[in-house]
Design a binder for this molecule. Structure first.
Ligand code: F6P
Length: 377
């Protein structure tokens, strides 16, 4: 039998946007690690900021009870980064303070529950010599190295419920209803919710659209006697024109140096913020072209709120309970990924900074196209 090192103090924090299932994962890890062992779980408040400010709470059995079904995170969260901590109006590199507090708390390991940003920050701390493990949580499902992330199923369910409800009002008023769905720069949520909700058009960042093609598909429905249409739009969806601009700027960026480089980066950021949140303008154009009354519903943070779905409770619990085993086996510098019905250790180095985009020929896309769903392309 393997002789395990004894781990006594495990730190845990939740970082980035909150996601249903975070508390289930905290509970899964906490209960597994502490049952019948001397291990203590120390939670840090509000993400990496809590570790920097040494704001902690002991997660004992009482704290870990009754949280399985709770949305949000009992620890609180923030988007603060160790190396770019907002401090008095400036960003300061506070990495050394976090490292110091890790040691002051006698931590043997730090578990960070988060999405893509958290993964990069955790990898940064791991390169400073800390024993770090991450768990993939995000409603966006945009993390590489895992079949799925927890929170995705719940958010998709909420968006589907919204689309179901929008159907009856769209149909009664003979309107186009555009529903904007979160997902950051990827289209998993809009695609999944759009398909499950029977949207007539789905716009995702990975398949740039033109307003003309979208309008054409809606008018074609009208010609078949359909008097309403539902369009599911990912918040990061972009027009073909915008996608081409971004592509050529990214090419320029590859060659650029110094001032030129920072100026292109600025322009890219500007472009990014212009196309994001442009659903209302898109709806106005669509109404002008089709002459059909059009309304917009932006689901926003509703998709992140409330209790996790059964699937997310199970997934987050599994990830949490398995993490205790990875700690005992001293596997650090890893993300615990999902691999069908198992979990696997994925090197952070391999996945940090990468994005899991929807492949444009993904089976979901093909299936939707076979049904006649428009992607506006
Ligand atoms: O990453 C999760 C997410 O909900 C994205 O879908 C969305 O773009 C972003 O977070 C919103 O962030 P915030 O809550 O900070 O506004």
């Amino acid at each position: 039998m393997k002789n395990h090192k004894s781990f006594e103090h495990i730190g845990i924090l939740t970082s980035g946007g909150d996601t249903p299932g975070l508390n289930a994962a905290i509970r899964g890890l906490g209960k597994t690690a502490t049952t019948g062992s001397a291990m203590q779980i120390i939670g840090f408040r509000d993400g990496f900021r809590g570790l920097m400010e040494n704001r902690s709470v002991r997660l004992d059995d009482r704290m870990l009870s009754g949280i399985l079904t709770l949305g949000g995170t009992i620890l609180g969260t923030s988007r603060d980064k160790p190396h770019k901590m907002p401090m008095g109006g400036k960003f300061v590199d506070m990495t050394d303070v976090l490292v110091e507090n890790y040691h002051k708390n006698h931590l043997d390991a730090l578990v960070c529950l988060g999405g893509g940003g958290t993964l990069k920050n955790a990898y940064h701390l791991s390169r400073k010599g800390l024993n770090v493990i991450t768990l993939p949580k995000t409603i966006d499902n945009d993390i590489v190295g895992t079949d799925v992330t927890f929170g995705f199923d719940t958010a998709m369910g909420i968006a589907v419920d919204a689309i179901d409800r929008l159907h009856s009002t769209a149909s009664s008023h003979h309107r186009i209803i555009i529903v904007e769905i979160m997902g950051h720069k990827v289209g998993w949520l809009a695609l999944g919710a759009g398909m499950a909700g029977g949207a007539d058009a789905i716009l995702i960042p990975e398949i740039p659209y033109t307003i003309e093609k979208l309008a054409e598909s809606i008018l074609e429905r009208v010609s078949r006697g359909k008097r309403f249409s539902i369009v599911a739009v990912a918040e990061g969806a972009i027009t073909l024109e915008c996608a081409r601009k971004i592509h050529s700027m990214e090419k320029e960026l590859e060659k650029a140096e110094g001032d030129k480089r920072s100026s292109i980066k600025k322009q890219l950021k500007q472009l990014d913020s212009e196309f994001r949140g442009s659903t209302i303008q898109m709806a106005e154009k669509l109404q002008q072209i089709t002459k059909l009354e059009t309304r917009v519903t932006i689901l926003g943070h509703l998709q992140r709120g409330g209790t996790p779905s059964a699937a997310d409770r199970i997934l987050a619990t599994r990830l949490g309970t398995d993490t205790a085993e990875y700690i005992r086996n001293e596997q650090f510098g890893i993300m615990v990924g999902v691999d069908r019905d198992k979990t696997k250790a994925v090197s952070m180095e391999e996945v940090a900074g990468k994005i899991n985009y929807v492949p444009p020929d993904h089976p979901w896309v093909i299936s939707a196209r076979n049904l006649g769903t428009s992607f506006g392309d």
